[in-house]
Design a binder for this molecule. Sequence first.
Ligand code: GLP
Length: 259
Amino acid sequence: MEIVICKTKEEASKLAAAVITAQVKKNPKTVLGLATGSTPVLMYTEMAKAVKAKKVSYKQVKSWNLDEYYGLPGTHDQSYRYFMNENLFKKIDIKLANTHVLNGLAKDPEKECKAYEAQIKKAGGIDIQVLGIGSDGHIAFNEPGTSLSSRTSVVYLTPSTIKDNARLFFKGKEKEVPTRALSMGVGTICEAKKIILLAFGKGKADAIKGCVEGGISQFCTASALQLHNDAWIFCDEEAASKLTLKKYYAWRSATKLGL
Ligand code: GLP
């Protein structure tokens, strides 16, 4: 695991976007795994800037998103399909037909999840998977207590995640937040060839501590990334503030990146 610690989230987002831009330039048929939440928004803005400047094209790129709320249509302003359209897909030249988000209204959600896994496999697997992290250490919607080898399935949100995410729903009301979601599993995520996890702010400091320096445990599903051999954490100083070896990680990753 490499931990890149930047002064600001802007700086970290630029670096992470540069990794994705370089990958898509190298392989225009890259398969991306994408994430929602407030954290990757700046990175998506940077990716869009590179497209506008004609440095890169997403015309042949395919994408699969991590998760979707169960029961929300893609037109709902809090659905992750809507989020992706607004924050990335409309701003780059990707073909909408090449973007995939789990269908929150699927009649048979488990069948939908199995089919999603099959699609990813058929595409050759995910080259780069983008991740955020929940304040309880979850990745996608894999809450504490989820098997670290879980596959894409219907999952159940914890009260703490419902509370965290309520801020984005109508009048910030917790009862507006769906209690279930369709989510890529931890095992599915860990099959990506490269992983980029973004984390900003002091609210993520405990989660990053658990992810990087805690034991590998289903209590912090992000800790499964310790077993991945190409996982990069891009964070700001606040999110990294509880790491025992933060100075060492910062020096090592900066050296590797030639910063
Ligand atoms: C949700 C998403 C996660 C995301 C997390 C953090 O629970 N399912 O993929 O990482 O929120 O969101 P934010 O970046 O807004 O803190």
